[in-house]
Ligand binder design. Structure first.
Ligand code: NAD
Length: 443
């Protein structure tokens, strides 16, 4: 089938690549000319396991193309995916300007019927807005062409995006049209062989399903962080509590890890956007507001522990930081806890020596001009001469480090672990001051 994808970001590029990988012909279009040029030369803009080989091979074999030519892209596919960003507006609601711009572009250039599939995360009612924008643009042209607007929210996880798209848990489709159901069933058939993963529903329910899923996951994290803070104050160990509650299959072990707060491009903005949607309809979403407030506070947890340890005065201290991305296996630093940590330390006059297995270029892009940040080539180099080690991301390579080396490289044997990677008693036995989340205040 011939498919057009607007937006070559985390969602658009991965979706386009897996659709091409199973044999569809895919045209990717983006307004970022540099990104398009790079992709044509095999330079992939993001780090995502397994993505580079399928982008390169499908491009070389002609099933995947990249362009800035929107007219050509609209003409290309019967199916038009919208996978552009929906960043938070100033008031926290989702900014739909990119989504609506694409709707207008499609309607400006379409010559034959199109199925317009929204993959971006958008508030309930956006399907109607996209429909209205297409209708208005077609009317201005004096054109009468059939189109269907469909909601197909994306559930991929950064760091596992290719495998999530190849083997999705579910494919949620919001539509009332039988024709659309047939076309989408055919489009996704290669990903739907093991058992039927397609869940058809109405557009509004599909739009809300995405927010409900992300808000549920964010709620689990904030709930565990709240438990961790209570555990710390009552002298309990949240990791033992986690084991204790996870064994109940109604709760389960997934997604109940305490830490230094959630980040990324989705949870913070999607919780905020649903709070805003609720406000607009006159509903006070108490749980969601609390989820957000707990997370904001949790991101200050490590800087507070550091200040407490050093007697509130961190000016002139150098901190070694392991982990910059918002989670492992990605280079994405949007809303990462590491950013709050670094910015708080810099404001207090401290310096940072940082290492991340994948997010060094991204850090350079964001903070490259700072003189109080040194980007180090290895995790060991980041330790050299630092006054403390801080861990913000649970990369595999941080799980079993050489503790003797850490001790000899640091000026002081102190670790602030935002991801509970190590055992507090063993760390104490090794002679470290070890601060973790919800496990007691250094032993
Ligand atoms: P992104 O910022 O990585 O990519 C968006 C791309 O759209 C950019 O390359 C941008 O240049 C392009 N773009 C903007 N306007 C355009 C236009 N008019 N025409 C063509 N291209 C245009 O965004 P992302 O992380 O891929 O997220 C896209 C959407 O998917 C968002 O709504 C997001 O909430 C949702 N989502 C993201 C994830 C994730 O893990 N990143 C997961 C599920 C859903």
């Amino acid at each position: 089938m011939k498919v057009t994808v607007f937006g070559i970001g985390y969602v658009g590029l991965v979706q386009a690549a897996v659709l091409a990988e199973v044999g569809h012909d895919v045209c990717c279009v983006d307004v970022d000319a540099q990104k398009v040029e790079n992709l044509k030369q095999g330079i992939i803009p993001i780090y995502e396991p397994g993505l580079t080989p399928i982008v390169k091979s499908n491009y070389e074999e002609g099933r995947l193309q990249f362009t800035t030519d929107a007219k050509m892209a609209v003409e290309f596919g019967e199916i038009q995916f919208i996978a552009v960003g929906t960043p938070p507006d100033e008031d926290g609601s989702a900014d739909l300007k990119y989504v609506l711009a694409v709707a207008e572009t499609i309607a400006t250039h379409m010559q034959d019927p199109k199925i317009i599939i929204d993959k971006s995360t958008v508030p309930v009612g956006t399907g109607d807005k996209v429909s209205a924008k297409v209708a208005e643009t077609l009317a201005n042209r004096g054109a009468e062409i059939d189109y269907q607007v469909v909601s197909n929210p994306e559930f991929l996880k950064e760091g596992a995006a290719v495998s999530d798209c190849m083997r999705p848990d579910r494919i949620v489709i919001g539509t009332d049209s039988d024709h659309v159901k047939d076309v989408i069933t055919e489009l996704y058939a290669p990903f739907n062989r093991n058992h039927d993963r397609i869940i058809f529903m109405d557009i509004r329910s599909a739009e809300l399903t995405k927010y409900a899923a992300n808000c549920m996951l964010a709620t689990k994290i904030s709930f565990m962080n709240e438990m961790a803070n209570i555990a710390e104050m009552v002298g309990a160990d949240i990791e033992q509590v986690r084991n204790g509650i996870g064994s109940d299959e109604r709760i389960g072990y997934h997604f109940i890890y305490p830490g230094c707060g959630y980040g990324g491009s989705c949870f913070p903005k999607d919780v905020q956007a649903l709070v805003k949607t609720s406000e607009q309809i006159g509903y006070d979403s108490k749980i969601l507001k609390a989820v957000e407030a707990v997370n904001d506070k949790q991101k200050s947890k490590l800087p507070e522990l550091i200040k407490r340890h050093f007697g509130d005065d961190v000016a002139g201290k150098t901190v070694a930081l392991w982990g910059l991305s918002f989670k492992p296996k990605t280079d994405d630093m949007r809303e990462a806890s590491s950013r709050v940590l670094m910015e708080t330390l810099w404001a207090a006059g401290a310096k940072v020596q940082a290492f991340d297995p994948e997010a060094m270029e991204e850090t350079q892009r964001i903070y490259g001009s700072r003189t109080d940040l040194a980007l180090m080539g290895t995790k060991e180099a980041a330790l050299n001469g630092a006054d403390a080690l801080v861990i913000c991301t649970e990369w595999q390579s941080f799980r079993a480090p050489d503790f003797d080396l850490i001790k000899s490289e640091l000026n002081e044997a102190v670790i602030f672990d935002g991801r509970n990677l190590y055992d507090p008693q063993r760390m104490a036995d090794r002679g470290f001051d070890y601060y973790a989340i919800g496990r007691g205040l250094s032993i």
